[in-house]
Write a protein that binds this ligand. Structure first.
Ligand SMILES: Nc1nc2c(ncn2[C@@H]2O[C@H](COP(=O)(O)OP(=O)(O)OP(=O)(O)O)[C@@H](O)[C@H]2O)c(=O)[nH]1
Ligand SMILES: [Mg+2]
Length: 305
């Protein structure tokens, strides 16, 4: 039996959760240079994710906002590929997609059980990732009211949830494609640290020596969409080129699957001794840490005070 880990992305309405899920799957469902890939465990769900991605790519409209009733659960098997061994299933992780309103809005009585269900999942999660809406962050830096509201209402709700856990937490900035021409990651980091609740959480984690990361991603990549002056997002007709969508997982998974991997490597070492004709150029662990290690270094900024 594989270990299953639960990763929950915390993001308000419109922050980009559903688009991210579809884009993540698209990017990671094929074997490639990354060294690992994802498989969705049900054929039905696989189709659903592909459909969302196709709609995202070819239709003029974006996928609809998720309805409160549509809390959905996705189980991915994370498979590791190596040149010298058959493909290994390293772990499974579960991911939820839900209506962001569940986190921030007052709910009808009928919806309260769904809210409780989500709360349970959050409390039992193995890692939390906050999806910070890049569009709102820009509005905040520009001094627009919508950005201010985000910083005093929506963000603190997410931070309060994160404060309650001692599991790994990371921050992802969504919609980096529309942010990056205006602000650097440093500027954004600085502005976020001016928010007291954010600063406190980062300080606490730094004292505990569990680094918090700030990871810019774009589910669609540069040039796919243009922000309009009324705040809407217009597609340009270009194809999506997901940017750094695998990075949040690349930060979380190695820690969680370390034990499993060590076990695999041990077995592998034994095999090597028994059968000297196998001459792998790189060990499992080297490949994996090589991948995770090298990608993580340059691109991800560690937020510390
Ligand atoms: N430019 C750009 N826009 C994005 C990106 N991801 C999402 N968007 C925009 O943000 C909107 C909301 O994205 P969703 O993924 O539906 O947001 P959500 O978090 O699932 O929202 P709820 O389901 O309402 O909780 C999309 O319709 C797009 O207009 C991105 O990577 N780049
Ligand atoms: Mg959604």
């Amino acid at each position: 039996m594989l270990n299953t880990y639960t990763v929950i992305m915390l993001g308000q309405r419109g922050s980009g959760k559903t688009v991210y899920l579809a884009s993540l799957y698209k990017k990671l469902s094929t074997q490639g240079e990354l060294g690992f890939f994802l498989e969705v465990n049900s054929a039905e769900k696989r189709k659903k994710l592909k459909n969302i991605y196709t709609q995202l790519t070819v239709e003029e409209d974006w996928p609809e906002g998720t309805q409160v009733q549509d809390l959905s659960e996705w189980t991915f098997t994370c498979k590791v590929q190596t040149p010298e061994l058959p493909i290994y299933s390293a772990c499974q992780f579960t991911y939820f997609d839900y209506a962001g309103g569940l986190l921030t809005d007052e709910l009808e009585d009928d919806d309260e059980n769904i809210d409780n269900e989500l709360e349970d999942k959050i409390n039992n999660a193995d890692a939390l990732v906050a999806l910070l809406d890049g569009q709102r962050i820009c509005e905040l830096i520009r001094g627009q009211k919508s950005g201010l509201i985000w910083s005093i209402k929506d963000l603190p709700i997410i931070l309060t949830i994160m404060q309650k856990t001692d599991k790994p937490i990371h921050f992802v900035i969504s919609k980096w494609d529309i942010v990056k021409d205006h602000y650097t990651l440093e500027e954004i980091r600085g502005r976020l640290l001016e928010i007291e609740e954010f600063n406190n959480l980062v300080k606490l984690r730094t004292q505990q020596k569990t680094p918090v990361r700030l990871i810019p991603v774009s589910s669609v990549g540069m040039g796919f969409a243009e922000l309009q002056s009324d705040g809407s997002m217009k597609k340009t007709g270009n194809l999506p080129k997901p940017y750094q969508v695998e990075m949040p997982l690349a930060c979380i998974l190695p820690d969680m699957i370390k034990k499993t991997l060590e076990e695999l490597i041990r077995k592998k070492e034994q095999e090597k001794q028994e059968n000297i004709s196998v001459q792998p150029n790189l060990s499992f662990w080297e490949r994996l840490t090589g991948f995770f290690g090298s990608t993580i270094k340059g691109v991800i900024e560690t937020v510390n005070d």
